[in-house]
Design a protein around this ligand. Sequence first.
Ligand code: PDD
Length: 281
Amino acid sequence: MPELAYINGRVMPIEDAVVSVEDRGYQFGDAVYEVIASYGGKMFCIKEHFVRLDRSMKELHFPIAQIDEIRRAAVDLFSKAKIERAAVYIQVSRGVSPRNHSFPANIPVQVVMTVRKIEEKNPPIRETGISAITVEDFRWGRCDIKTVQLLPNVLAKQKALEAGCFDAIFVSKDGIVREGSSSNLFILSGGMLITHPLTPDILPGITRSLVIDICREKEYPVQERFFDKSELYEAVEVFLTGTITEVLPVVKIDGRPVGNGKVGPVARMFQEGLLVRLKNE
Ligand code: PDD
């Protein structure tokens, strides 16, 4: 089935999609985005993704955009592509205008979307777990806004790959563990799941909040609090969460095994819990 793109109302094969060099997303990183996954031909957590997109645009004082129209266009593009297991990428920039730092007056936002197949990794990393490195978090102070300014994330991921690992975990200068390069992070410590609280230093992940919700449903103890690198190293289990990532066990960090170095039962329980949510949405 075709991988499709959308630019401001026009639908086309992905390889034909081009935007102006004066798109502010391209020149300034002045754009926000969402990635929505589909399962069995259905987009998952659409409402939550559009609430976050709307918030991101408002936080950056974008011109008023019709969020419901963007949502309808995304659903329509997804149904045209007829790809059961897809990643729907939605990017909204402040618009197209001659390069100038100040906000351009009276121009509409530019909406770009793609629908692409999600290829599962082989060997299946959710079964085997992954290894990660820690890297210093040198991102800006508003990581809660989902902007396309992802250079620190890109450099962190590449550093992990070059170290023979799958991903990087951001740790602040003073040792606070934040999140993965494109995911949130949970540790199992003292019989509790622990994750960084919602502050401007991390993205308020939709999968993160689903996992917390599953904890409440199962009466599994969970805490949103700060923890440092030594607690990360001592954790019994560690996993990453994200839209494409789902629940991904981390079995080695900075060359040290996490717990017994194998995927643990708690990560498995939350992998299953997420699958149940996917089926029942
Ligand atoms: N990344 N933290 C960061 C820095 C992220 O980039 C992401 C998602 C998450 C998890 O959020 P969610 O559960 O809502 O997907 C946390 C997307 C998928 C990406 O950039 O491809």
